[in-house]
Each structure stands twice: as C-alpha cells, then as structure tokens.
Design a protein around this ligand. Structure first.
Ligand SMILES: Nc1ncnc2c1ncn2[C@@H]1O[C@H](COP(=O)(O)OP(=O)(O)OP(=O)(O)O)[C@@H](O)[C@H]1O
Ligand SMILES: *[C@@H]1O[C@H](CO)[C@@H](O)[C@H](O)[C@H]1NC(C)=O
Ligand SMILES: *[C@@H]1O[C@H](CO)[C@@H](O)[C@H](O)[C@H]1NC(C)=O
Ligand SMILES: *[C@@H]1O[C@H](CO)[C@@H](O)[C@H](O)[C@H]1NC(C)=O
Ligand SMILES: *[C@@H]1O[C@H](CO)[C@@H](O)[C@H](O)[C@H]1NC(C)=O
Ligand SMILES: *[C@@H]1O[C@H](CO)[C@@H](O)[C@H](O)[C@H]1NC(C)=O
Length: 701
C-alpha cells in the first residue's frame, strides 16, 4: 500500500520536474490522501468512495471536477526577471477512468455521460446545460457553438438522430457539440486476435476508458476494455484534432458530466487518474477501487440437481458442515423466492400470487418461455400449477417508493374489469423493485406481428384478411367502450396501439396493458408533464397538457384504425435526413388524408389486400374515414367510443369529414409541439414512455 503511494508520489515529483505535468489518481473518491472532487447537481460521493453522478432524480444533471485547474499550456522557462510566456500549443494529456452504468428498468434505454475538459471561464455555462441526451454539456441553443470551448468524450447509451448518433451504445469525441466528430460502437480490439469485441456500456459491469492527447501531433486516441483487463494496443478511436483552438485557454478543469433522463439509471465512476506533459496517466489499482453496489437483477436460475448430487456426499462428511450447508441452501431458497408483502395488501387477497408459484409456472423465467419484451418489461409464458391455466407473466421493474400502493390498488381494481375484448388480469405478485402481473395467455400473440412482422427479421405470419381485421377492430372498440362508459368508473387506457392488441384462440382482438401506463404517472410535479403513450398515437393536446382522457384514447384508436386498414405504422422513420437534419418521416394520417383529398381513399388500404382484391370497399372506406375522424386535432370534435361503435356497426351513418381537413396536416399539428419533444429526444416511435419537462411546455404555444 505505502510503497505504491510512494511510487506514485515519486512519479508525480519526477513529472513535475521534467515536464511540469499535473498528476492525480483517485482510487475511489472518499478522500484519504486525495482531494475532494468539486461536485454539482445530483453528483454525490458515496461513503465507500464511489462517485455517483446520477442518483434517482430524473431529468437533472451532474458535474464532478478535479478541484484544481490543470495547466494545459505550461509556461516555458524564461530569463530570470521576465514573466513566463505560455506555449502556443497545448500540452499532451492522458487520463484513464473506470466507470459503470446501471439501469434498473430492463428494456428501456438509459442516458449516457461524458468525460470533459473545459476552461475555467466556460465552466459556468454548464449551469444552463440540459440533462438527458444533452449529457449536462450543452442545451438546444448552445449545441455546436464554438464558444462552448468544451472537449468531451461521450459514453452514450441512447441513439439520438438529432445528433447524428450511430447507435445506442457508442463512444464519441465531442468538440463543442453533441454531434460527435468521430464515434465508434463501444468495444475494443483484441490484442491477440485483433478482432473487434463489443462492450455494452449499460451492462452494469465496470469498464475502463483511456483518453490520450498528443500535443505535438494533435492525435487523440480513446481505448476501452473491461475493468481489470490491460489496455488494448489498438485504440477504439483515433483522430487528429487540434485541441488548443478548442480549449483556447492555458488552464482547464477536467471531470465528468452527466444528465439523467426519464429512465433512472446510475452512472458510477470508481477510479480516475490524469496526467499532463506526455506521461501516461497513472495506472489504477483495481483491487483498491470501491465495489459497485448490487443491483436487483433477474433471479438466478435454480440450482441444478447435478450440483446437489456432488454436494450431498460432501455434506455427510461432517454433521456441522451439513448443518451449515443446509442453512445456506434454505437461506438462498428463501432469498430466491423472497417477496414483499405489506399489511395494506391484505385487502387485495385473492389477487396476490406467491412468487414461487409464478417461478415454477414459468420454469424459472426461462428464456425459452420468453414471449417478448416491451417498454415495461419482459413477458413469459407459464402454466399455473394445479389448474394448468395458461398465463402470461409480465415482469415490470419499478422504483419502489411512492405510488406502488396506489398502482396496485388500481391494478387490482382494473383486474375486476371483465370483457371478452380485454386481456384478463388474473393477479400480481410483488418483489423488491419488481412487480409481476399475471394475465390470461393469448395464444395468437400480438396484432402488430400480423401487420408488420416481428421486426427481428423473423417470418411474418399470414396476412390477416379484411373480415378478420374488421372483427378485431370492432372487438377492440367494444373493449374500449366498456372501459370508457360501461364499467363502474371511467378507465382511460392510455396506450392503445397494435402491439397492445392481443389475439385469443379465436382470433378475437383483446386490449392488453391497460393501466400499466399509470405506473409512470404518479407523483405530480406541476413543472413536469409526463406523457405516457407511443409516438404517432399521442393526441396533440396530450403533448401540451399531459392529461390523458377518453378523447385522447379515441385519437389513439383512430391511429390504430388506420394502422390496421393500411398495414403501416402511424409514423415510420426513414434513414435519410433533410436539409434541416430532420429524419424523413412517413406520417400515416397525412398519407391517408392525401388519398382522401384525391377522392381515392381506398388507395390507402393495405397493398396486400388490394393485390388480392379481397376487401369490402365500403367497409374500408368507413374504417379509414372513421380513423381520420377520431384523429381530429381538437378533442371536442372527436366522437365518443359509443358513437364510434354506432358508426362501425352501421346504425348511424358516419358524417363527412369536416371541410377543414382539406388543408389539415397531421404532421404540422404534431410538430407544433414537436420542438419540445425533439429537444428531449422522445420523438421515437417505438418508445412507450415520454416526458415533457418544463423546458418549453408553458403556455401551450
Ligand atoms: N397475455 C399475453 N399472452 C400472450 N402473449 C403476450 C401477452 N402479453 C404480452 N405478450 C407478448 O409479449 C410481448 C411483449 O409485450 P409487452 O406488452 O411487454 O410489449 P409491447 O406491447 O410490445 O410494448 P409496450 O410495453 O410498449 O406496450 C408482446 O409482443 C406479446 O407478443
Ligand atoms: C440527488 O442529489 C441531489 C443533490 O445532491 C439531492 O438533492 C437529492 O435529494 C438526491 N436524490 C436522491 C433520490 O438521492
Ligand atoms: C444555453 O446555454 C447558454 C450557455 O452556454 C446560455 O447562455 C443560454 O441561455 C442557454 N439557453 C437556454 C435556452 O437555456
Ligand atoms: C455485440 O454485438 C453482437 C452483434 O451485434 C450482439 O449480438 C451482442 O449481444 C453484442 N454484445 C454485447 C456485449 O453488447
Ligand atoms: C420524476 O420526477 C418527478 C419530479 O420531477 C417525480 O414526481 C417522479 O416520480 C419521477 N419519476 C420517476 C420514475 O422517478
Ligand atoms: C447535428 O447533426 C444533426 C443531424 O445530422 C444536424 O441536423 C444538426 O444540424 C447538427 N448540429 C450541429 C450543431 O452540428
């Protein structure tokens, strides 16, 4: 221990003498020989020395800097009596750090963070930087501005098309801008085989990064590897950028910046060292680094019989050992099946399942039983012991604390909803950080697979005929009408879309996932409007008010009608970008409107149905016009679900579309609020959860 510190000190002294370099090495940040970092935002140092950049606060940011300015342009020795002149070129520097990104919501993307260099006079601007994809570095107006004087290495876990991000797991060099100058998928080149091995930034595993800048050649190189592995010889990224013009100061702060998003995830830095003047950053002793806290992950698969067979003979050797081993096994077993139960749950009695039963029912949540994963978690198939009823078990991660009681009360109350077009919720089970919801199993899966294929390159099931589509549409409409008007209280679905419509054995459409959106809706901060739903199905007023109503459900139902009739998603993003950097978007509603204006709305019907020539033109016309009617930008102009049912069964004729539709443009209506959305990067058709914070959502302009 001591010799190592001494060695470091000697290295440091030597460098000071040779090159005037600044060195520091943090193996943990708890103090004890190292300087305290200068922190702001939600950054904290945990008692064991971990630097936690993002705690559980959503949409906020954090910075952590070495407390002293580092000298990047050392003064040349000058004649005695005269003042020192800084050198023109920036000196070399080298840094390495070990970090980990841990998210506890499976399946939802997290946010990234960055290492940065910023001169003292530019550091204050970080106060007006934005969180989430802005990484706490810039804001909408400052992104790309050379006055930022920021050099950063981003470790980004979200693909933001507005910054030209390559993927959702990349390392990039950022010069005054989140549009990286150079970027690469996170990973490293194997020293022996030379092959590229990717690394997942958000894997919860500690990873080490090395960043080196050569002042003479202006070469920047970044390498990364799993923590504890040697530095790969071939860097992940290398390029030449003259940082002296970027930083444009003699001294600068170095540190980390991070911004949290709606999905809570934690950015940890375990250790960090830095040097200037050409020497490599002091190596980090991995044994000295603080340990990452355990994150509740999926339960371990049950121990196999083989292990027991070996363990048993050994246990017989001494009675004491056996007792201990049994004790351990019992304890493990108890942990494995551990649940959370509180007094208030008594009242929900029969809806409560034992975790062990669900565990057994799904064969220990085997991958083989995985039906799919969505925004809220993974869904497994199972058969309940005893009854052998087939069920679908959805595992939803949640941040414990607030809202769970209300949510469960609601789940249970919604569980009493019974309708042939709703997926029956049978009950729930609660564990630490996790909620398991048990539903009736729907053997034919979700409707979107029939419309669009499963998206994984898998085969698309047979196209649904028109009659089947219409039956599904009518079914979903009656399920929704029941929720809105016929049950004892009004239930708003909030996330109607083809992937939430499941098909039972008779190919009836059934709405699933009702109420789940609520889990993301508790805790009303007046400054934060949380919109839960999926892009393309979100009513324009919802983006402004955040308040889901039966009429915002009707809007989503309208989008769903078009989706089913046309076999296309409400919004499809192209790969091309236009001159404004916007991704080309196909907006189904506008496309159907175009056909309607040309007097040929039937041209919008799914090409596969048109090719086969087997669809009822009058019915298709009705469904398409009804879809557009439901998507009226003004909620008051939309029909109720009761009226929708009447139009669908023909008992009331559907009025002509309002004349305003001649000039109406759905994309424009959505884009009125899209600036806000884009600034928060939630313009992603696939995402289920969106947040609009107070940035820009004020008067509904
Ligand atoms: N009750 C069920 N019976 C059979 N399969 C189901 C059931 N519920 C869900 N699934 C399957 O699991 C997959 C994932 O469902 P989930 O509801 O989590 O995701 P999603 O609807 O695609 O997305 P989101 O969470 O955004 O609504 C679905 O595509 C479906 O195939
Ligand atoms: C996160 O950090 C901020 C600033 O230190 C603090 O005010 C807040 O309470 C913290 N939140 C949690 C959940 O720890
Ligand atoms: C963006 O940041 C700059 C500082 O870099 C600040 O002057 C400006 O006011 C900020 N803009 C917004 C909209 O917050
Ligand atoms: C690496 O990439 C491959 C193919 O893209 C993927 O299957 C694999 O899961 C990735 N591994 C990690 C650790 O991200
Ligand atoms: C996000 O922040 C708001 C307050 O800003 C809070 O009410 C809400 O519960 C938070 N959501 C999550 C998922 O932590
Ligand atoms: C970042 O990239 C996007 C997409 O390529 C582009 O639209 C935008 O103008 C760029 N911004 C800056 C500041 O370079």
């Amino acid at each position: 221990m001591l010799p190592k510190k001494l060695l470091l000190l000697l290295q440091l002294l030597a460098q000071l003498l040779v090159a005037g370099g600044v060195d520091f090495a943090y193996e943990g940040f708890a103090g004890g020989g190292t300087r305290q970092l200068s922190l702001d935002g939600m950054a904290t140092i945990m008692p064991d020395g971990l630097l936690l950049l993002t705690n559980d606060t959503n949409m906020s940011k954090a910075h952590a800097f070495h407390p002293d300015l580092v000298t990047l342009r050392p003064a040349l020795p000058t004649a005695p009596g005269t003042t020192a002149v800084p050198t023109a070129t920036m000196s070399s520097f080298s840094t390495t750090f070990v970090f980990a990104i841990a998210s506890d919501l499976v399946g939802l993307s997290t946010s990234g963070f960055a290492f940065l260099v910023v001169p003292g006079n530019a550091r204050d601007a970080l106060a007006s930087a934005m969180p989430a994809q802005y990484l706490g570095l810039f804001n909408t107006s400052s992104n790309g501005d050379p006055r930022n004087h920021v050099f950063a290495v981003e470790l980004d876990t979200v693909r933001n098309p507005e910054f030209g991000d390559m993927d959702d797991n990349h390392v990039g060099l950022d010069i005054n801008s989140l549009n990286s100058s150079v970027a690469a998928t996170a990973g490293y080149y194997d020293d022996d085989a030379g092959v590229f091995r990717n690394l997942s930034l958000a894997s919860r595993e500690p990873l080490q990064v090395w960043v080196d800048y050569d002042g003479a050649t202006t070469e920047i190189a970044v390498a990364m590897a799993p923590a504890g592995s040697p530095r790969p010889k071939r860097p992940l990224l290398s390029t030449r950028i003259d940082l002296s013009t970027v930083i444009a100061a003699d001294t600068a702060y170095v540190g980390f910046s991070s911004g949290s998003s709606i999905v809570l995830c934690r950015h940890y830095v375990l250790g960090w060292s830095f040097s200037t003047g050409g020497a490599a950053a002091p190596p980090l002793d991995h044994a000295q680094l603080p340990k990452l806290p355990r994150v509740a992950g999926p339960p371990k698969p049950p121990r196999s019989r083989a292990t027991l067979a070996i363990a048993l003979p050994i246990m017989t050797t001494t009675a004491v050992l056996a007792a201990v081993a049994v004790g351990v096994l019992v304890h493990r077993r108890r942990l494995r099946y551990a649940e959370l139960r509180e007094d208030w749950e008594e009242e929900f009695g029969p809806h409560r399942f034992a975790f062990k039963d669900l565990h057994d029912a799904t064969g220990g949540f085997k991958d083989k039983r995985l039906l799919g994963a969505g925004g809220f978690g993974s869904v497994y198939m199972g058969a309940l012991p005893g009854s052998r009823t087939q069920v679908a078990v959805k595992r939803v991660s949640h941040e414990s604390r607030q809202g769970v009681k209300e949510f469960i009360a609601e789940v249970v109350s919604i569980g009493r909803l019974r309708h042939r077009n709703l997926v029956q919720l049978l009950g729930y089970c609660r564990r630490k950080g996790e909620l398991l919801l048990v539903y009736d199993y729907m053997p034919n899966g979700s409707l979107d697979k029939y419309l669009h294929g499963d998206g994984d390159g898998g085969s698309k099931p047979a196209t649904l005929g028109w009659a089947q589509r219409l039956r599904i549409i009518k079914g979903v409409a009656s399920g929704l009408l029941y929720m809105h008007e016929d049950w004892e209280k009004v239930v708003v679905h909030r996330d109607i879309k083809a992937s939430n419509v499941l098909l039972d054995a008779e190919m009836n459409g059934r709405l699933g996932d009702f109420g789940l959106a609520r889990l993301y809706d508790h805790g009303a901060d007046p400054h934060t409007t949380r919109v839960v739903g999926t892009m393309g199905y979100l009513a324009p007023e919802l983006m402004r008010t955040g308040k889901a109503t039966t009429l915002s459900d009707v809007f989503a139902f309208g989008a769903f009608l078009l989706e089913v009739a046309c076999g296309r998603r409400p919004i499809e993003e192209g790969d091309e970008e236009d001159v404004y950097g916007d991704v080309e978007r196909f907006v189904l509603a506008d496309w159907v409107l175009g056909h309607w204006r040309n007097g040929a709305i039937a041209g919008a019907v799914d090409a596969e149905l048109r090719a086969a020539g087997v669809y009822d033109a009058a019915e298709a016309d009705l469904v398409l016009r009804l879809g557009l009617t439901c998507m009226h930008p003004s909620p008051a102009a939309r029909p109720s679900m009761r009226q929708v049912m009447q139009y669908l069964d023909g008992s009331t004729p559907l009025p002509e579309l309002p004349p305003t539709y001649v000039t109406f443009n759905m994309l424009a209506a959505m884009e009125t609020h899209q600036g806000v959305l884009r600034s928060l990067s939630i313009w992603r058709a696939a995402s289920s959860v969106a947040t609009i914070s107070d940035i820009g959502v004020d008067s509904g302009r």
